[in-house]
Design a protein. Structure first.
Lengths: 67, 193
């Protein structure tokens, strides 16, 4: 499936992924994240069943200390 | 647009700034200079000597509360800005109450946990409000990695990778770049509507 991930087009061999699966696949290692699918927030407790499909826009943003 | 017209437009706007540290204090000052009418600044912390390498405070203000001192500093620069200083540690309930009438919200916290809490609270409760966050600004040099990225109404200024630590401290130049980038993005949002 083809999706937009963090403003870039990406292709995956599967036709759907949960956010947790995507995080594992991409090695997003920071422990604190903000995730969105199609503009809507997906909180940590829902990432195991939030499903990404063809054409979705996904944001996975690392929270980094400093400010 | 001439500056007078810009000032007139901005005078009716309200910007909420969560955090009065390196990002918040510098962002607030930039917005006050151009004439944003109402600025809400929130922080529970007190000014320490070690803050002066990046935060918009002065030596004789060490020991004072950040929120009220920032208000003082802003009004010395621009007496016309209505600054609401809130000496408080924000949580998800008080965030919605405090920022509900803001046109734009600036995320200027220091800890990753609270940055997440603020961003998630705003995304859930105010999906139509713009939020401008600062993420990744430690160290020095490397100007070219500092950018602004957009995800719908969430804007992220910073390099999104440099975490603050003892070996990689936050310093005025780089923190200032990010803080002013946030202010610049806020201006863009306020002036486009």
């Amino acid at each position: 499936m083809k999706i937009i991930l963090n403003n870039r087009e990406e292709i995956f061999k599967v036709d759907k992924l949960t956010i947790d699966e995507l995080i594992k696949l991409k090695n997003f290692s920071f422990r604190l994240l903000v995730t969105k699918i199609n503009g809507e927030l997906v909180k940590k407790e829902n990432r195991g069943n939030a499903i990404i499909v063809e054409g979705d826009t996904v944001a996975v943003i690392h929270m980094i200390s400093g400010g | 647009m001439k500056f007078d017209a810009i000032k007139k437009l901005l005078s009716s706007k309200t910007v909420g700034i969560a955090g009065c540290g390196g990002l918040g204090s510098n962002c607030a000052v930039a917005l006050a200079r151009v004439g944003v009418g109402n600025i809400i600044v929130v922080d529970f912390d007190v000014i320490e000597k070690s803050n002066l390498n990046r935060q918009y405070y002065f030596y004789d203000q060490i020991g004072k509360k950040k929120s009220t001192t920032l208000k003082e500093n802003i009004n010395k620069i621009n007496p016309e800005v209505n600054v609401i200083a809130i000496d408080k540690k924000l949580d998800s309930e008080s965030i919605t109450e405090t920022f509900k009438d803001c046109n734009v919200i600036v995320e200027a916290f220091d800890k990753a946990e609270t940055k997440q809490m603020l961003i998630e609270t705003v995304l859930e409760n105010f999906p139509d409000k713009a939020i401008v966050s600062g993420i990744g600004m430690a160290g020095w040099g490397d100007n070219s990695s500092i950018k602004t990225v957009q995800h719908n109404n969430l804007f992220i200024c910073g390099d999104q990778k440099s975490e603050v630590s003892e070996d990689n401290p936050p310093l005025a130049p780089r923190v200032g770049v990010v803080a002013n980038m946030q202010a610049n993005k806020v201006l863009e949002i306020l002036l486009r509507k």
